[in-house]
Design a protein around this ligand. Structure first.
Ligand code: UT7
Length: 325
C-alpha cells in the first residue's frame, strides 16, 4: 500500500524572545508572571520583528525539514501551509514559500483551520500523496499571531506567540499494518456553532480590516478537553491500537492545564506528553510541528515510535493523527 512517511522535521522562531515579566511591564497590563504561569504554564513567547513574516519563518522551517530529510527543494511537488496569519490576503503564503525555495511548478496552497490548521494540512497532504497526485510534500504550520492580538486585552495577548514548524512527507510503498512507518490514521472535525467563542473581528469581506483575536477562554478550555479526548480515541479505534501503544503525544500547545487534563482523561502518563508551551506559548497552526521538531531534534522521538498529534482551535475545528515515525 502507498503511505505518507514522515522523513524530516524543522522549525523556526523569531529572533526576539519576550518573557512574561517583560510583556506585563512593557504593556502596562494588569497581569503578572505568576498569573500567566499558574493559569497557562507559559513563561516566554517569541514575537516577530518587522523583517520577519509568516512566509519568512515558514521558509526557514521548510529548509530545516528538507535538510533533515536529505532532500533538495526541487524534490518537492506539494506544499500545504496552514496559517491564520498569511503575509497577504492572497496569494497563498504557500506560493511565497515555494518561490523562496525555488521549487516552482508543483502544487502549493494554504489551509485555514486556525490552531488545528496543521492537522488539516496533514490530512489533505496525506490524501493527495496516497492518491498519487503528488509524491513529496512539505506540510507547514506558520503564524505571526502577534499581528492580530489586541495588546490591551490581557485575557488574550499574554497567551500567543509567533513561529513555524514544517515536515517533509514522502509517499512510499509499504506493507499494511501499524508497525510499518507512515501516517496510520487522521480524523478531522469542525462545528461552526461555536465560531463566536474564538474568532477575529475583521476580514476582507466584512470590515475590510485585518481585525483582532477575540476569545472566551473558559468555554474554549471546556470544549478542548472533551473534543480532544474523543478524537484521540477515534484515531486509536481506526488503527486498532491502544493508549498504551502511544510512545509520544504531541499536542497543540495552548495551555499546560489543557495538556494535563487531556492526558489524564486518556490515562496517558505525563512523561509521554511533549510540552513546549512554556517557551513558545500558543503559536496556533505552528505549535504541533514546532513541538514535534523540538522532540525529534532533542532525541526523544525516534524512528519507529508511535506518535499522536492533536489540535483544537477556532471554528471550532479539531483533529488528531497517528504516525509511525
Ligand atoms: O489555541 C486555541 C484554543 N485556545 C485555548 O485552548 C485556550 C483555552 N483557554 C484557556 O487556556 C484559559 O481559559 C485561559 C488561560 C484563557 C484563562 O484561564 P482561566 O483559568 O479559564 O481564567 P478565566 O478566564 O476564568 O479568568 C479568571 C480571572 C478573571 O478575573 P475574575 O473574573 O475572576 O475577576 C480574569 O479577568 O483571571 C482574570 N484574567 C487575568 N488576570 C491576570 C484574565 N486574564 C488575565 C491576565 N492576568 N492575563
Amino acid at each position: 500500500m502507498r503511505r505518507s512517511i514522515l522523513v524530516g522535521t524543522g522549525s523556526a522562531l523569531p529572533k526576539r524572545a519576550v518573557s512574561n515579566a517583560e510583556l506585563a511591564e512593557s504593556l502596562d497590563l494588569e497581569t503578572s508572571d505568576e498569573w500567566i504561569v499558574e493559569r497557562t504554564g507559559i513563561t516566554n513567547r517569541y514575537i516577530a520583528g518587522d523583517d520577519e513574516t509568516t512566509a519568512s519563518l515558514a521558509t526557514i522551517a521548510a529548509c530545516e525539514a528538507l535538510e533533515a530529510a536529505g532532500m533538495a527543494a526541487s524534490d518537492i511537488d506539494l506544499i500545504v501551509l496552514a496559517t491564520a496569519t498569511p503575509d497577504q490576503t492572497f496569494p497563498a503564503t504557500a506560493t511565497v514559500v515555494q518561490q523562496n525555495l525555488g521549487c516552482n511548478g508543483g502544487i502549493a496552497f494554504d489551509v485555514a483551520a486556525v490552531c488545528s490548521g496543521f492537522l488539516y494540512a496533514l490530512g489533505v497532504a496525506d490524501s493527495m500523496l496516497r492518491s498519487g497526485m503528488a509524491n513529496r510534500a512539505l506540510v507547514i504550520g506558520a503564524e505571526t499571531f502577534s499581528r492580530i492580538l489586541d495588546w490591551e486585552d490581557r485575557t488574550t495577548c499574554v497567551l500567543f506567540g509567533d513561529g513555524a514548524g514544517a515536515i517533509v512527507l514522502e509517499a512510499r510503498e509499504v506493507s499494511d499494518g501499524p508497525d510499518e512507518r507512515g501516517i496510520l490514521a487522521t480524523r478531522l472535525h469542525a462545528d461552526g456553532a461555536h465560531n463566536q467563542l474564538l474568532f477575529v473581528d475583521g476580514g476582507p469581506s466584512t470590515t475590510g480590516t485585518v481585525g483582532k483575536l477575540r476569545m472566551k477562554g473558559r468555554e474554549v478550555f471546556r470544549h478542548a478537553v472533551f473534543n480532544l479526548a474523543q478524537v484521540l480515541r477515534e484515531v486509536l479505534e481506526d488503527t486498532g491500537l491502544q493508549v498504551s501503544d502511544i510512545d509520544w503525544l504531541v499536542p497543540h500547545q495552548a495551555n499546560a492545564r489543557i495538556l494535563d487534563a487531556t492526558a489524564k482523561k486518556l490515562a496517558l502518563p505525563a512523561e509521554k506528553v511533549i510540552m513546549t508551551v512554556a517557551q513558545h506559548a500558543n503559536t496556533s497552526a505552528a505549535s504541533v510541528p514546532l513541538a514535534l521538531s523540538v522532540a525529534v531534534r532533542d532525541g526523544r522521538i525516534q524512528q519507529g515510535d508511535l506518535v499522536m498529534l492533536e489540535a483544537m482551535g477556532g471554528g471550532f475545528t479539531w483533529g488528531a493523527s497517528l504516525i509511525r515515525m
